[in-house]
Design a protein around this ligand. Structure first.
Ligand SMILES: Cc1cc2nc3c(=O)[nH]c(=O)nc-3n(C[C@H](O)[C@H](O)[C@H](O)COP(=O)(O)OP(=O)(O)OC[C@H]3O[C@@H](n4cnc5c(N)ncnc54)[C@H](O)[C@@H]3O)c2cc1C
Length: 482
């Protein structure tokens, strides 16, 4: 398996494949994991849960800062009371997260990476792909996954359309040092929203400026930054130096398909959108966790190739919704009287609990429901991290998912189902749980007698162990009885 791109998505996918004992290599054009701009500001609840499912959340939580407030369209509200162990926002710049994440994937899990080489194209046949590299060599792989960012070479070489909405607004973003005290906080004017904050107590100042004219190009100069500061605040605050300056836009695009034959796309390669609501990195990490176990099962011939089509079916709608909500949030950035009125209306609405719960569950991906059929409200939704009692002692559901293997959790009397025909792939755990069952946005649900949990933490089946639908679900998701 070859993964093009060792950003957050490519690293996560490699980890999932490695945990499943699949031979995988990352090709990454960067020499190291260093990022020369800020990018993602942190992690939201479902992404933290996904990392918790692999036993690595704590190290990131310890390195970041926990906040109980978040916002939609810049409208702040409390997010601390949703039913999740991680009902908060973790501020952790991507420039800190990525090297730590790489330490786990490349260092601890030992995934090989070919650095300072780019994927330049590929050809594919019915049993694999030949991946061309920038040094003139090539790699043969059963599957190639493009995790190579918004300008994905893999996507372009595959001829997959990237459809959506062109940029209408651009923002300059920089980390700077100034001789005078900056005006920290948000500033609205007729152009839109601008903001300055300090990275750490005495750290450099981060600034985001909505540009008066749409401007394209990644590399604004220090004079561009100076002019933009003067345009908004009337002064450059004695700008001394900029550690980095970058620009982003509200261009919003999604790949029309996430798969063509032996080639798949994940993360920014499959979807780009403005950073409103901080959902980009988490969406890519969750694409990878959805795809990883499926690819592993197909490569090991546990499941037919068609299992990979569920990746597009499940993840394309998720990113489409992220794109839609970031476009909506972009409107709240605008500074004219009509949009100010819109902001005031929203400010009122987010004081209603159901509204803020629904907005945060959407932004944080806690409310995802894959359309897997079935009656029980758990099916297609994330399995909550219940505190369980097992014959081996107390544990949590997420701890049982650390190995990234399927789990049949029996919460009724032990026995009642013979797992032997699937026991080489699915682990049966008998456990007791006497707490509440509550899902984000949905609220209280009836406790199922048993749940079949996929390696990505989503429930494939829930019900009574003696129901005829259980062997059907086991076969559908984890291969036939052996
Ligand atoms: C200004 C800004 C603010 C953001 N804020 C947030 C936020 O608050 N929260 C959030 O969740 N997300 C945010 N994002 C989005 C987030 O940065 C991306 O969604 C995330 O980095 C996507 O990860 P990825 O691995 O899919 O792609 P990338 O991070 O783009 O990684 C792609 C990797 O592929 C490599 N590569 C590219 N082409 C090739 C090639 N041909 N061959 C080999 N390697 C290649 C690149 O070097 C890179 O390492 C922000 C982005 C920007 C620009």
């Amino acid at each position: 398996m070859v993964i093009a791109g060792g950003g957050p998505t490519g690293l996560m996918l490699a980890a999932e494949l490695r945990l499943a004992d699949v031979d995988v290599v990352i090709v990454e054009r960067r020499a190291d994991q260093f990022l020369d701009s800020s990018r993602s500001g942190g992690l939201l609840s479902r992404t933290l849960e996904v990392l918790d499912q692999r036993g690595v959340a704590e190290r990131f939580i310890a390195a970041g800062q926990v906040f109980s407030m978040y916002g939609f369209g810049g409208m702040p509200f409390d997010v601390s009371d949703l039913p999740s162990r991680h009902s908060y926002v973790l501020a952790l710049p991507q420039s800190t997260f990525e090297p730590m994440f790489a330490d786990w994937v490349l260092g601890e899990l030992g995934v090989p990476i070919i650095r300072q080489r780019a994927v330049t194209g590929f050809t594919q046949d019915p049993i694999g792909a030949d991946v061309a590299l920038s040094d003139g060599t090539s790699l043969r792989a059963g599957y190639l996954v493009g995790c190579d960012g918004g300008r994905s070479v893999v996507r372009k070489a595959a001829g997959i359309d990237f459809v959506g909405v062109d940029a209408s607004t651009s923002w300059m973003i920089a980390e700077m040092e100034t001789d005078e005290d900056p005006l920290l906080g948000m500033h609205h004017d007729d152009v839109g929203m601008h903001a300055m904050n300090r990275a750490g107590a005495d750290g450099p100042v981060r600034v985001v400026i909505t540009e008066r004219e749409l401007t394209l190009g990644d590399n604004p100069s220090i004079d561009d930054l100076r002019n933009a500061l003067v345009g908004v605040w009337g002064t450059d605050f004695g700008l001394r130096r900029a550690n980095w300056i970058s620009r982003f836009t509200d261009a919003t695009r999604q790949a029309t398909t996430y798969r063509t034959g032996r080639v798949l796309l994940a993360g920014d390669a499959a979807h780009v959108h403005p950073p409103h609501g901080g959902q980009g990195m988490g969406t890519g990490l969750q694409d990878a966790v959805n795809l990883g176990w499926k690819l592993a099962q197909v490569v090991k011939q546990i499941s037919p190739d068609g299992l990979l089509d569920t990746y597009h079916a499940e993840r394309h709608p998720v990113a489409a919704r992220v794109l839609a909500n970031t476009m909506a949030q972009g409107l709240f950035n605008r500074g004219d009287a009509r949009h100010q009125a819109l902001r005031a209306s929203l400010a009122d609405l987010v004081t209603i609990d159901e509204v803020r719960w629904r907005l945060y569950a959407m932004l944080s991906a806690l409310d995802i429901r894959y359309d897997l059929g079935g009656e029980h409200p758990l099916i297609g939704r994330r399995m909550p991290d219940l505190d369980l009692q097992t014959p081996d002692g107390p544990t949590r559901v997420f701890t049982l998912l650390h190995a990234a293997t399927p789990l049949l959790l029996n919460l009724g009397a032990p026995g009642g189902f013979d797992i032997a025909p699937w026991s080489d792939r699915v682990r049966l755990v008998n456990a007791e749980y006497d707490g509440a069952w509550e899902l984000p946005v949905i609220g209280a649900i009836d406790a199922p007698a048993a749940a079949l949990i996929r390696p990505d933490g989503y429930v494939a089946w829930a019900g009574d162990l003696d129901h005829a639908s259980l062997p059907v679900a086991l076969t559908e998701w984890f291969g036939p009885a052996r």
